[in-house]
Design a protein around this ligand. Sequence first.
Ligand code: AMP
Length: 224
Amino acid sequence: MALHATVAESGVKTRLVLFGPPGAGKGTQARLLARRFGLRHISTGNLLREAIRKQTPLGIEAGATMREGHLVPDAIVRDLAEEALASRNNDRFMLDGYPRTLQQAQWLTAYLEAKEKPLAAVVFFKLADDKVIDRLSKRRVHRKTGENYHLDHKPPIGIDPALLMQRRDDEPHAIQERLYVYKQQTSPVEEYYRRRGVLIEVDADGSIDEIHTRTVRELRAGAA
Ligand code: AMP
């Protein structure tokens, strides 16, 4: 069944997936879109990191896999995604980092169609490999706020260095692995959504503001 674009009263597409290689800026753009349009940000990566921090059974199971840059089993992330989607209204959300396999994409289609809330758009943030490596290796994360910084493009000026950390999976060997995993397992999801007519491509090379502007323009395109 074809998906139909849905447009909220604000004139912007709302039920969204943010898709693209690691380091394309999905998390950063999600924060901006969440603030601007009141969309709920659902990041399976953040949910997993939270589970690891709390050392829940799920966190303990997923931790080593994540550090190596591999994908956590579908069943685990599906439960996290389902719980997050089911917890509040299904009309204004952005999934960030989910789906990452064809199987996950198919599950999501079935889940949302059963609720008669199909995706409005999948925003594909396109970024070349060399830029991906630069973004990930220079990313730093604030321990308390979770805010992402980039040593050149968004320097953490005035922030106590002790509060900044590098994600374990942003270390060089894990970056290579994540790129490989993305190409092998995740990139087929792009074609899946293109065929369904919901894929929106955004050039993810540029400043945070430029990419945000491009994304908003695309999310408004075709809106009433
Ligand atoms: P992210 O913060 O989106 O880059 O995700 C960090 C890591 O969490 C990934 O490298 C995976 O190990 C794991 N992860 C997050 N989302 C998924 C998913 N949808 N499927 C499998 N593993 C995931």
